[in-house]
Design a protein around this ligand. Structure first.
Ligand SMILES: O=C(O)C1=C[C@@H](OP(=O)(O)O)[C@@H](O)[C@H](O)C1
Ligand SMILES: C=C(OP(=O)(O)O)C(=O)O
Length: 410
């Protein structure tokens, strides 16, 4: 998906009052689409995300081709693997990177339930052929919680369609927990009752109900606007319809940003962001909101804030090795991400701001492009392969123009 395009962004240190319409959450949309399919496809979903990951999910659920190519969408891969295991034989594949993102933990659980999974290239990785469960072998499985919560969400969503229901025991540390709660919340909207106590999730066999469901604006996308406000000299941004009360764990950014110089005021129009004082040393845990790590690392690095980051382990198996990618790109403006045991420290730049152009690589990762774009409030910036943003936020560059930035294709 690399096209060798480069986008040039001129420096602009202020943002006059701008209203941004965020994309809808691709995480919520991909859950709602799977649950709708299990409910018979008669639901009325509104504000469905234009994100490529969601479009891919919609397209594949509506196609009867034997091969499902999810491109680079992790949730689409994991949720459709489980969905195939309760519906019809499919071969699932994806980009080169998707073929390096592990799926063994989910595949083993589905095999225990009675599905057949045959790896077509490397053991434990896509592509693979999934043949559905003919007879449910067990109604209890244990699954580790420290690699990807998407495996757990995938199992939860198909659990009610299994004749015996399912009890899932989560073992070890549970990362990305709010995404499991999000799955419970969306399932509830489709009439599915689930209980989660300590390490046990219980989902009896039940009928999925078609429903009317509106997808929330995406809090992960919102985080980049916090980046712009934090790094600008002066900015007022309204994130339309974004609400305090959300089923997305990335709402956590509001609290982190009060320490990094952005205040949020929730009004009937949405979230109003404005600047406030920041502190110079912070410590944040990202185990519940891993997708916020890049946004926060860039803000701290550029604002002279030392940040102790924990909970970054899962970053290595996302769209790219995000730790390595951050280390490479932060170094371009004199900052470091130092690793010691299970802690990463952002050591900010000490160099004086200059007007020198900085060019950032994006590693096939939408979040690298969007996390580094706010640096254009400090210096002119080039972003390689800018179309990576299509995965979650296709209108990102248009929205930057709306906020007054001047962008040109090189
Ligand atoms: O369930 C989801 O929608 C997601 C869960 C998280 O992944 P992990 O559970 O692999 O950390 C997150 O990083 C990803 O962007 C979306
Ligand atoms: C990790 C992400 O997505 P996925 O795992 O669904 O590809 C992301 O959007 O940051």
């Amino acid at each position: 998906m690399s096209t060798n395009h480069t986008l040039h962004i001129e420096k602009k240190s202020t943002i006059n009052s701008t209203v941004i319409e965020l994309p809808a959450s691709k995480s919520i949309a991909n859950r709602a689409l799977i649950l709708d399919a299990l409910a018979g496809g008669k639901s009325h979903l509104t504000n469905v995300s234009e994100a490529r990951d969601t479009k891919t999910m919609q397209r594949l659920l509506g196609s009867d081709t034997p091969i499902w190519d999810v491109l680079d969408a992790g949730t689409t891969m994991r949720f459709l693997t489980a969905y195939a295991a309760v519906t019809t034989t499919k071969t699932l594949t994806g980009t080169k990177r998707m073929q390096e993102r592990p799926i063994k933990i989910l595949a083993d659980a589905l095999k225990e339930l009675g599905a057949n999974i045959e790896y077509l290239a490397n053991d434990g990785y896509p592509p693979m052929k999934v043949t559905p469960i003919n007879q449910q072998v067990t109604n209890k499985i244990a699954i580790r919680g420290d690699v990807s919560s998407q495996y757990i969400s995938a199992l939860m969503m198909i659990a009610a369609s299994l004749p015996e229901g399912l009890e899932i025991e989560l073992t070890g540390h549970i990362g990305s927990k709010p995404y499991i709660n999000m799955t419970m919340a969306v399932m509830k909207a489709f009439g599915i009752k689930a209980e989660w106590n300590n390490h046990i999730i219980k989902i009896p066999h039940q009928q999925y109900q078609a429903t009317e469901y509106r997808i929330e604006p995406d809090w992960s996308a919102a985080s980049y606007w916090y980046g712009f406000v934090a790094l600008s000299d002066n900015a007022h941004v309204i994130l339309k319809d974004l609400k305090d009360d959300s089923i997305q764990g990335d709402r956590q950014i509001v609290d982190y940003m009060t320490q990094l110089g952005v205040m949020t005021n929730f009004t009937t129009d949405g979230a109003q962001l404005s600047k406030c004082e920041h502190i110079n040393e912070v410590a944040f845990n990202f185990t519940d909101c891993p997708d916020m790590a890049q946004t926060v690392a860039v803000i701290c690095a550029a604002k002279g804030i030392t940040c102790q980051m924990t909970g970054l382990e899962s970053l290595r198996i996302k769209e790219t090795d995000r730790i390595l990618a951050l280390q490479n790109e932060l170094a371009k403006f004199g900052a470091n991400l130092e690793e010691k045991d299970s802690t990463w420290k952002v050591v900010p730049t000490t160099t004086e701001t200059t007007n020198d152009l900085i060019e950032f690589e994006t590693y096939h990762d939408h979040r690298m492009a969007m996390a580094f774009a706010p640096l254009s409030t400090i210096a002119p910036v080039n972003i390689k392969d800018p179309e990576v943003v299509n995965k979650s936020y296709p209108r990102f560059w248009e929205d930057m123009k709306k906020a007054g930035f001047r962008l040109s294709e090189l």
